[in-house]
Design a protein around this ligand. Structure first.
Ligand code: AMP
Length: 193
């Protein structure tokens, strides 16, 4: 993986572990020569991760829609900055520029980006690895919800393999490097016939 896209909070969250995880994330990518692709903001965990990667000599590529940049939440010191017209163009470009995706803790924006990229994976629109960095157990309730959707017949069990969950960044990166896409039929009714 030469580049990883980060989805994470534009707030720092309630626990110091979240900030520490974002710092470690940025530093680790820089140390491993992996470019960090992200939403281009200077706020919250996004800004923390970008600053940590830049401070460690890493390459950071921001992709921000014009209206967010105009609100002055855009980071000014990135290696590369792409300004798009719309949020949709931004997500498409972030996906195109990245070899994998990792979500750190975040809110609606983070969930939107994560679930869009998982949706594209289950439809084989891309075959790139996706990881959830489970800092301070943040993603356990969401993971439980996804398993509930599997149990209730809305997500094929095999699609739990579309992403990895780990609290440890090195272990998460290892499992993403080993990722082998195994397409499973999305439509459970059709799979039965
Ligand atoms: P949230 O999790 O709701 O804080 O939203 C964070 C995600 O949405 C990030 O991964 C960004 O791509 C996008 N986003 C939300 N707010 C901003 C912002 N102020 N600047 C840049 N991107 C943002």
């Amino acid at each position: 993986m030469k580049s990883i896209c980060l989805f994470c909070g534009s707030n720092k969250g309630a626990k110091p572990e979240y900030v520490a995880a974002a710092e470690r994330f940025g530093r680790t990518l820089a140390e491993q020569g992996i470019a960090l692709v992200y939403g281009g903001g200077n706020v919250g965990l996004m800004g923390v991760a970008a600053d940590a990667a830049l401070a460690a000599g890493g390459r950071v590529i921001g992709v921000i829609p014009e209206f967010l940049q105009a609100k002055e939440v855009g980071h000014k010191g990135l290696s590369e900055l792409h300004v798009t017209q719309t949020m949709h163009q931004r997500k498409a470009l972030m996906a195109e520029l990245s070899d994998g995706f990792i979500a750190l803790p975040g809110g609606f924006g983070t969930f939107d980006e994560l679930f869009e990229i998982l949706t594209w994976a289950q439809l084989s629109v891309h075959s790139k690895p996706v990881g959830l960095l489970d800092s301070a157990g943040f993603y356990q309730p969401l993971y439980a919800m996804i398993k509930h959707a599997v149990a209730e017949g809305f997500v094929p069990t095999g699609n739990l393999n579309l992403f990895s969950v780990d609290a440890d960044l090195d272990a998460l990166l290892d499992s993403m490097r080993r990722y082998q896409p195994q397409p499973v039929p999305k439509w459970l009714d059709l799979a039965d016939t």
